[in-house]
Design a binder for this molecule. Structure first.
Ligand code: GDP
Ligand code: CA
Length: 318
């Protein structure tokens, strides 16, 4: 069974860990969001790719859901002693090494997909991890601050501003010119099922779908496409997805997110049991829906979710 998963950071990574347990023999290709990528300290940082790589490779800080386990912050405090920022982006010493390797390889001319493969040679995530594109795509968020509209990098909105002001618009800058990374369209075309984990529908999965060709390839693959709601009980399980959903005019409900993807893309959608009442509405939009527990409290829970997603895929295939 060849499974393609479009993934952001934490939600995607934890789901993938469950998927590997639920389908240990499956051949899994992950198409990772790179719209969150940012250059800081002279280094190229790819938060979502690293979260997937560290989570599946056993190096993740479990509590945070990002960054390395057993981390120290000597470099950060040394930079602060020089007055060199930004101070709002936490990078640990172990994590710095990953970014140094990545930046060095990019500087030597390797594309991000080759760099990601090289980093994964160490972490052995047990999936094929592909960036959505080797081209630079940067998600920007338009905000109104002191009566003025300005665009900030997604990381600045999320990490520095804590999404404390409304997002007026979300723009994946460069996406329209980006080409899917080598292997992305091929993996989709060769897949037996495509899954949307409970990742952010706007700034994770939405960004991947904004790379020309990806959405079309999924729709044309003719295989079941099944998603899991990141919204449970009308709110994101963690993070501030409601802010970016509002920016694109989508309500923060499991049903609204399913209808936003639409029946042209999505064949099946899992909502949490607390949202069971939304099932008929989603089904009347032409998307097969089921209510099952969707909280990834531990590996077993995530594996059960993955098994439900695969079962729903077989149901729509039949
Ligand atoms: P990010 O890049 O780290 O923000 O991660 P993703 O885009 O992959 O996932 C973020 C989304 O995951 C958020 O909208 C959360 O609501 C969702 N999420 C996190 N944990 C869970 C969970 O246990 N269950 C469900 N259903 N969604 C979750
Ligand atoms: Ca992210």
């Amino acid at each position: 069974m060849r499974i393609v998963v479009l993934a952001g950071g934490i939600g995607g990574a934890r789901f993938l860990r469950g998927l590997k347990k639920a389908a240990p023999d499956a051949d899994v290709t992950v198409i990772g969001n790179t719209g969150d990528d940012i250059h800081l300290f002279g280094l190229k940082i790819c938060p979502d790719l690293d979260t997937v790589m560290y989570t599946l490779g056993g190096g993740i800080n479990e509590e945070q859901g990002w960054g390395r386990t057993d981390e120290t912050f000597a470099v950060k405090s040394e930079l602060a002693a020089y007055g060199v920022g930004p101070d709002w982006f936490g990078l640990g010493d172990r994590d710095f090494a990953t970014h140094i390797v990545r930046t060095q390889m990019l500087g030597a001319g390797y594309p991000l997909s080759a760099v990601t493969e090289a980093l994964c040679a160490r972490w052995q995530p047990g999936v094929r991890l592909l960036p959505m594109s080797d081209d630079r795509v940067e998600t920007h968020v338009a905000v109104d601050v002191d009566g003025e509209r300005k665009a900030v990098h997604f990381q600045e909105y999320w990490v520095k501003m804590h999404a404390s002001v409304d997002a007026q618009a979300v723009v994946p800058v460069g996406a329209d010119q980006a080409k899917p990374a080598p292997g992305v369209l091929e993996a989709i075309a060769a897949s037996d099922v495509v899954l949307f984990p409970p990742s952010n529908p706007v700034v994770s999965i939405g960004t991947i779908l904004a790379v020309p060709g990806v959405r079309e390839a999924i729709a044309e693959a003719g295989v079941p496409v099944v998603g899991l709601s990141p919204i449970v009980g009308d709110a994101p399980v963690r993070g501030m997805a409601d802010k970016v959903l509002a920016a694109i005019g989508v309500e923060s409900t499991a049903s609204a997110v399913a209808r936003h993807y639409g029946s042209g893309l999505l064949d099946g959608w899992l909502v949490d049991t607390v949202d069971a009442a939304a099932v008929p509405e989603i089904e009347s939009a032409g998307i097969r829906a089921r209510a099952v527990p969707l909280m990834m409290t531990d590996l077993e829970a995530a594996a059960a979710m993955a098994a439900e997603a695969l079962a729903l895929a077989e149901e729509v295939r039949a």
